[in-house]
Design a protein around this ligand. Structure first.
Ligand SMILES: NC(=O)c1ccc[n+]([C@@H]2O[C@H](COP(=O)([O-])OP(=O)(O)OC[C@H]3O[C@@H](n4cnc5c(N)ncnc54)[C@H](O)[C@@H]3O)[C@@H](O)[C@H]2O)c1
Length: 406
């Protein structure tokens, strides 16, 4: 039984953690009329000042004070993942619904605890944003389920980025604290693969790469993911800032805006040239909400923006390869090449708000609920374990995608 909210009014949202993830979600919260941003919490003074300037709402150093606001329906929890379990316990005890950033937690036990307390409190939990929400992925899923191209046989996902050379907090370079590309980036690829393959993976065999002694966490992985029905998927990721696979996405960035191929190579150079002058954590904060180099216009606002993506994905069915693209979905069938162009959402990432609103107003179970996110986390943990022990890992917590699709 869920807490009910009047569907006639926008959901009042409070944000806890106004860093990078919030900076990227902010255009969604501002532009989607189903949401009203009313309060924020962050230990960073500059983020609180910017919040008060931009939204006139209250901003707190201690997030527990934000929870005293009875008008807040939902909290967007975007703090580092090692804080999630403790914070979400207090948030749901205050009767708030939660939009929780991925990964939901760092252990299966913590994720199970989150799901238990959410269930007991009778609130809704949506875990995201992740790129499985993107419309081209959803349409690819619909085409697979329709069966018109025959049975799904194989999935291929690859992404080459500069993730390891974007400024990082110290914890982001320590795997046990949620650092590295497996916790942070595999969360997107696994979400996409499970959505397209139906959800229930059986086993994982993976290798990880930890190639830069100055940044000692996983910066790359290769994984073979086998579904219960025998369909297989491969996921490849490198964050070492060499090849940029946005080249394969018509030079559109992950956030859907056009990318200049010439500036790509600068991230490693920029980081090393900045570090003698500024501590890396401060460098990251300076680009986030309220920071000295924060520029809201740069994020998610480009008029020529297309759909967001997470690198190349190919779904191979018996009679066609289907490829989500920044402009829609490309279909390479036995006898033709089709381009399904999809309207760009007026509000970026509005698919996330769709899931929240449908859950809170109409009690529609979200695709990205706690059980789905726990199953995603299980796969990330299995990638790490498989790489460490050089063995195939059998999964135990997988769930199918809800019958309604995504
Ligand atoms: N979905 C996405 O596109 C996306 C993008 C980036 C990060 N993330 C996820 O978001 C989470 C945060 O990562 P990030 O890159 O935004 O980190 P970040 O360091 O940029 O931001 C974290 C923010 O939380 C604040 N914070 C720390 N302790 C707090 C507390 N007790 N109460 C309130 N605020 C507190 C910090 O001051 C900081 O502003 C991670 O789980 C990460 O995986 C998701």
């Amino acid at each position: 039984m869920s807490l009910s909210v009047d569907p006639q009014r926008p959901l009042q949202l409070g944000v806890v953690g106004m860093g990078r993830a919030f900076t990227i979600m902010l255009p969604t919260f501002i532009q989607d009329t189903r949401i009203e941003l009313v309060a924020g919490a962050d230990p960073r003074n500059e983020a609180r000042l910017q919040f008060e300037r931009d939204f006139g709402g209250s901003a707190f150093e201690n997030y527990e004070l934000l929870l005293d606001n009875a008008d807040i329906d939902i909290v967007y929890l975007a703090t580092p993942a090692n804080l999630h379990v403790e914070q979400i316990t207090k948030i749901v005890s205050a009767g708030k619904h939660v939009l929780l950033e991925k990964p939901m937690a760092l252990t299966i036990e913590d994720a199970q605890q989150i799901n238990e307390i959410v269930e007991e409190a009778g609130v809704h939990l949506v875990v995201g944003h992740s790129h499985g929400f993107n419309r081209p992925i959803q349409q690819t899923r619909e085409l697979i389920v329709s069966g018109i191209y025959g049975r799904l046989q194989m999935l291929t996902a690859l992404n080459y980025t500069d993730f390891m050379y974007r400024p990082r907090r110290p914890d982001e370079l320590i795997t046990e604290k949620g650092g590295g590309v497996v916790f942070s980036q595999a969360a997107h690829q696994i979400d996409i693969i499970r959505i397209l393959g139906g959800g229930c993976l059986k086993s994982i065999r993976a290798n990880t790469g930890n190639w830069d002694p100055a940044r000692k966490t996983e910066g790359a992985y290769n994984a073979l993911l086998t579904f219960e029905d025998g369909t297989t998927a491969t996921a490849t990721y490198s964050g070492y800032a060499h090849f940029d696979s946005d080249e394969l996405m018509d030079w559109n960035s992950e956030l859907g805006s056009p990318k200049n191929p010439d500036v790509y190579w600068q991230s490693r150079k920029k980081l090393t040239s900045n570090l003698p002058k500024i501590n890396e954590e401060d460098l990251k904060s300076s680009q986030n909400f309220g920071g000295a180099d924060y520029n809201s216009k740069l994020i998610n606002q480009d008029e020529s923006r297309q759909h967001q993506h997470f690198g190349t994905v190919i779904a191979s069915c018996e009679n066609a390869d289907i490829r989500p693209m920044p402009w829609g979905v490309a279909i390479y069938s036995n006898d033709e090449h089709l381009e399904n162009r999809l309207n760009i959402p007026a509000v970026p990432r509005s698919e996330v708000i769709d899931e929240i609103v449908n859950a809170i107003y109409y009690n529609v179970p979200p695709t990205h609920d706690g059980n789905w996110a726990l199953a995603n986390l299980e796969v990330s943990l299995a990638i790490l374990e498989s790489a460490k022990n050089r063995e195939e890992i059998t999964l135990k917590h997988q769930v199918p995608i809800a019958a309604k699709g995504t």
